[in-house]
Design a protein around this ligand. Structure first.
Ligand code: GLN
Length: 306
């Protein structure tokens, strides 16, 4: 598809900036509440490697739950199809930090992106790696081609101090034998990988793993097959935005993953990967401007996975 992506990004940016959208920066992780709410950037990487940007696309921010797409890929490369014995692939229809379904479903989280599922995924990485955080960072660095990527210690500590709910979820799953690590260590690694900081450009580059069907970027560990990439994209489409996954599919029509740092990374399979960042969130914890930008982008493009 020949496309003037640079001009498209500019148009989308200007249109969204003119909309006066009002959201709330996440403050339940106190350190996240300190970010400048006016930041707004977009980066698009076409599958032939061209990079297009607008706004604050080079500034690193807290990727939070977007990290769960990378940890999912790692755990899938270790366990292959056995992964699905520990975590499901159904949308939850509940908030990202909800515990309600866990009891009736015997400690098997609905999907890898709600916090319960992401904690199981982190546990799997801890079972396979002596230095799990270093391995996650190595993978993200390899995928984005940038070895400067790290995590913000303050943000991680800030979340660790406010992690009663994630601890409760973890203990509960441990009672069903679906968590094997020590809970304090698990929460530490989880909060550290959520506190990884990346720019829109770096995120879009790393998401080439998903838009390029894994063909161009090899993943460390066992190589992920085209079919495995397809499955992860399907989970991003159905579960990447928690209880707003339907809305995102309806308005944007791309598989993607959001984080409470205000980032969204999404892909058009076979064409491009894209990352948007704007910290103010809507009530479901997804970036308000980020969603709007992607909605306008696919509308102008006249093209989505649908
Ligand atoms: N670290 C955050 C948490 O566990 C991630 C949530 C998110 O980005 N949706 O609450």
């Amino acid at each position: 598809m020949a496309m003037d992506y640079q001009n498209l990004l500019k148009e989308v940016f200007v249109e969204v900036q003119g909309m006066n959208l009002q959201g709330e920066v996440a403050s339940y992780i106190p350190e996240l509440g300190r970010v400048d709410p006016n930041k707004f950037g977009i980066a698009l990487v076409s599958n032939n490697g061209d990079v297009f940007t607008v706004g604050d696309a080079e500034e690193p921010f807290s990727i939070q739950s977007i990290s769960k797409a990378f940890t999912l890929a790692m755990s899938y490369s270790y366990l292959q199809q056995d992964l699905w014995e520990r975590v499901g692939v159904e949308p939850s229809g509940s908030a990202f930090n909800s515990l309600v379904q866990l009891e009736s479903e015997n400690g098997i989280p609905r999907n890898p992106f709600i916090n319960a599922g992401a904690l199981v995924i982190t546990d799997i990485i801890m079972q396979h790696e002596a230095k799990p955080l270093d391995s996650i960072l190595d993978s993200v660095r390899l995928l984005s081609g940038e070895n400067t990527i790290g995590f913000n210690k303050k943000t991680a500590l800030s979340e660790i101090k406010h992690s009663s709910r994630n601890k409760a979820v973890s203990h509960f799953m441990k009672s069903f034998n679906n968590i094997h690590s020590r809970i304090d260590k698990l929460i530490e690694v989880y909060c550290q990988h959520c506190a990884i900081e990346m720019s829109c450009i770096q995120l879009a580059k790393a998401f080439q793993l998903f838009s390029g069907h894994g063909a161009k970027v090899s993943f460390p560990g066992e190589k992920l097959s085209v079919s495995q990439i397809k499955r992860m994209n399907a989970i991003m489409q159905t579960c990447g935005f928690y209880d707003e996954a339907g809305e995102f599919a309806f308005k944007v029509g791309l598989p993607g993953k959001s984080g409470v740092g205000g980032g969204i990374a999404a892909i058009l399979p076979g064409e491009f990967s894209i990352a948007v960042w704007s910290p103010p969130l809507n009530k479901k914890g997804n970036s308000l401007k980020g969603m709007k930008a992607l909605e306008i982008l696919t509308t102008k493009l006249g093209y989505s996975v649908f």
